[in-house]
Design a protein around this ligand. Structure first.
Ligand SMILES: [Zn+2]
Length: 377
């Protein structure tokens, strides 16, 4: 499907820093990176194309008017929308809902996971965001929270491959499920939780490895009661954060950057991402997009309209180096899932590539060697 051989000239961001030269792609893989090392400063002022690893978003509910929970062709359409914003790999993220609705959504998206559709991001599997969450920390999740069971997760996994599960460790029984879920190959994130600091630490000890949209829908940090946010800041190696600058204050993002080595960005994007202001579905909720945010009628933030190219620009706008920002929109998420073939540009890796101009706007997106049409709406 991919163009057999391509050559892209510019400044290539590799794990060893920028190389001024060219990157070649053969049959969906990076076949060569040639040139001279240069500093990031030189790369940024050169005016030449900036060639970075494609973005990886582990928390995507929707885009382009489509929502993961609506079934049908929705996930393939969502993957197309986000590819036009530089996302080359993603997890389709389900909402808390009655089990029949989750099952229906997963059965519908299985096809998009098993067969990569040309023109879209690679849908690597499912992020099950609930229903195993605390009804007292729903955020914008509909109120269908319930305790987890390994058998139920495995039954859902039969419908479509689950990579990641968000759960609240303080719910009865959930803590004891983390080790068996981990042993069965699922990554477990702590999220939508009203748990204590101790609950967070216990979950990490049982094998949870991340936190879902750090600071949002979790017990807050207080110096005498550090909460789940405190457990993350004190102990996490990995955590998601939503850098739309609405969900989390830049100061809190900076605190998290200092505390959590592999903090990485997710969009938590809804159907409203890539769409004009108006009303959209988010699972069974009706949400409104305006002033750059998506909210329930009561004003609760309900996912975002963020795209990963904007996430990169927001981080660089906060003062991060492009190298650091790139790791937080690509490399760290790959490492979190243990994916060695993507998230960085190296010979033999997947040719998942974004090319940016000096203002960090996308000029090319390539998914496994397949160029995405950025004008296609
Ligand atoms: Zn979400």
């Amino acid at each position: 499907m991919s163009v057999a051989r391509q050559e892209i000239s510019g400044n290539v961001l590799t794990p060893q820093g920028f190389i001024r030269g060219k990157l070649t792609v053969v049959d969906g893989r990076v076949s060569g990176i040639e040139g001279q090392p240069i500093s990031e400063g030189q790369a940024r002022v050169s005016g030449e194309p900036l060639i970075l690893p494609g973005f990886i978003d582990l928390h995507v509910h929707g885009g382009g008017g489509f929502d993961t929970m609506e079934g049908g062709n929705a996930v393939a359409e969502i993957a197309r929308v986000h590819a036009r914003h530089g996302t080359t790999s993603m997890l389709a993220t389900t909402m808390t809902a009655p089990m029949a609705d989750i099952s229906r959504a997963m059965a519908a998206l299985a096809d998009a996971v098993r067969t990569h559709r040309r023109g879209g991001a690679h849908v690597m599997g499912v992020h099950l965001e609930g229903p195993y969450i605390n009804p007292g920390a729903l955020g914008a999740q509909p109120d269908f929270a319930r305790p987890a069971s390994v058998a139920e997760v495995k039954a859902l996994h039969e419908l479509a491959p689950i990579r990641l599960i968000t759960m609240a460790p303080e719910l009865p029984g959930n803590l004891d499920l983390i080790a068996p879920l981990r042993a069965a190959g699922f990554h477990v994130q702590i999220g939508h939780t009203a748990g204590t600091y101790e609950d967070g630490v216990a979950a990490l000890q049982r094998g949870a490895t991340g936190f879902t949209h750090l600071f949002n829908a979790m017990s807050k940090f207080h110096h005498r009661e550090p909460g789940i946010a405190g457990a993350a800041l004190a102990h996490a190696e990995f955590a998601e954060i939503i850098p739309d600058l609405l969900h989390v204050h830049p100061g809190a993002i900076r605190a998290a950057l200092r505390a959590i080595p592999c903090l990485y960005c997710v969009t938590d994007s809804t159907a409203a991402a890539g769409m004009p202001d108006g009303d959209y579905n988010l699972g069974s909720h009706r949400v409104t997009k305006c002033l750059g945010g998506v909210r329930l009628a009561d004003g609760t933030l309900a996912g975002s309209t963020l795209t990963m190219d904007q996430a990169l620009r927001n981080l660089v706008g906060m003062g991060l180096s492009l190298d650091d920002a790139s790791r937080r929109v690509a490399t760290n998420a790959a490492d979190f899932l243990g994916l060695a073939d993507r998230g960085r540009l190296f010979v033999g890796g997947r040719a998942d590539i974004v090319v940016l101009d000096a203002a960090l706007h996308l000029t090319q997106v390539i998914v496994e060697g397949d160029p995405i049409d950025l004008t296609d709406v």
